[in-house]
Design a protein around this ligand. Structure first.
Ligand code: ADP
Ligand code: MG
Length: 318
């Protein structure tokens, strides 16, 4: 069995009357890229702040590297690299000086530190911007600087809280690739996001949070096997009638169907020939149709089926 790196047991955090974390348990193993996926306000940042002992909590316990985490656990803290949701760098320092400063909090030997800072610069592809001040950087570069500052000292555990929000696609891909690279070179990673595709692409195991509760946990395939949806079929059609909908709903394996006046959406559970049967009904009634899509379940479907709510995604950003 792999080593447990982080163990959160029965964690409860209240802000006044609001229960931000509701008896949360997490067990994160060495070598994982563990995803905390949940909509805004589900408790991701609160979890991270409790983990780091930046926030006191009402109940429960937290162990990191097998020891209880407390505000003065400096031996634990120096093996953790944190990239917070809000970029935290010094405006008066250049890119290079910022990384050197944060690395210097852990590594005092100048020569060793220079090698580490150079490596972090190379890692975050910031070589062309060493003398820039943060104010001159684009959002994506600023995020990359924030990450470089958090990882330069080569921590064993790296925690990233929504590191790709409002980042251009190019920087986003660099960030995701970078995280995989850090993980391959031995770091355990905790990654929070409300972007399900990102978590799906990156994480070895995922816990889904909603209202401070863990509602599901597993690999992406395990999570998808928990739900009844196996296929969602969408067909562009004009003028579909209620009787046709009823006929489609009566087909084997179809458990839901919905028509908004231009697109028919059919949810299926199991079965291999769902699309053929649906198109059969349309042809039988001489109904013309346009484009046809068949989609496998996503983590969004998992969230939807368990909570009845749509998880905010890149496509429907505020
Ligand atoms: P997430 O990071 O998933 O968006 P948060 O952990 O920031 O969620 O927030 C969880 C819940 O706690 C939300 O309802 C949020 O409004 C509330 N919350 C967070 N920080 C505070 C605070 N300092 N005071 C009161 N409520 C807070
Ligand atoms: Mg947050």
């Amino acid at each position: 069995m792999e080593n447990t790196i982080v163990k959160i047991s029965n964690l409860v955090k209240r802000y006044g009357d609001l229960i931000a974390l509701d008896h949360l348990d997490l067990d994160i193993k060495e070598g994982e890229i563990f995803g905390l996926l949940g909509p805004n306000g589900s408790g991701k940042t609160t979890t991270i702040n409790c983990l780091l002992s930046l926030l006191s909590f009402d109940k429960g316990s937290i162990e990191i590297f097998g020891k209880e985490m407390t505000p003065v656990s400096y031996d634990i803290k120096k093996q953790i690299g944190v990239i917070m949701q809000n970029v935290a760098v010094f405006d008066q320092l250049t890119v290079y000086e910022n990384i050197d400063y944060f690395c210097g909090l852990y590594v005092s030997d100048k020569q060793k530190r220079k090698a580490l800072v150079d490596e972090a610069v190379e890692f975050a592809k910031l070589g062309d911007f060493l003398k820039f001040y943060p104010k001159k950087l684009s959002g994506g570069l600023l995020r990359r600087l924030n990450i470089a500052c958090g990882i330069a000292h080569k921590p064993k555990l790296i925690i990233l809280d929504e590191p790709t929000v409002a980042v251009d696609p190019q920087s986003r891909n660099k960030i995701l690739e970078g995280i995989k690279q850090l993980n391959s070179s031995g770091a355990t990673v905790i990654y929070t996001s409300h972007y399900m595709e990102e978590v799906e692409q990156l994480c070895t195991r995922i816990a889904i949070l909603d209202n401070g509760k863990k509602i599901a946990e597993g690999t992406k395939d395990e999570l998808k096997r928990m739900i009844k949806n196996t296929e969602t079929i969408r067909i562009e059609i004009l003028g579909l009638e209620e009787t046709h909908l009823k006929e489609i709903l009566a087909l084997p394996h179809v458990y839901n169907c919905n028509y908004d006046g231009s697109v028919l959406t059919v949810s299926c559970s199991g079965g291999k020939h769902n699309l053929i049967r649906i198109l059969g009904v349309l042809q039988e009634h001489d109904i013309a149709f346009g484009r046809v899509y068949s989609e496998l379940p996503t983590l969004n479907d998992v969230f939807l089926e368990i909570t009845g709510k749509v998880l905010r995604d890149k496509g429907n950003e505020e």
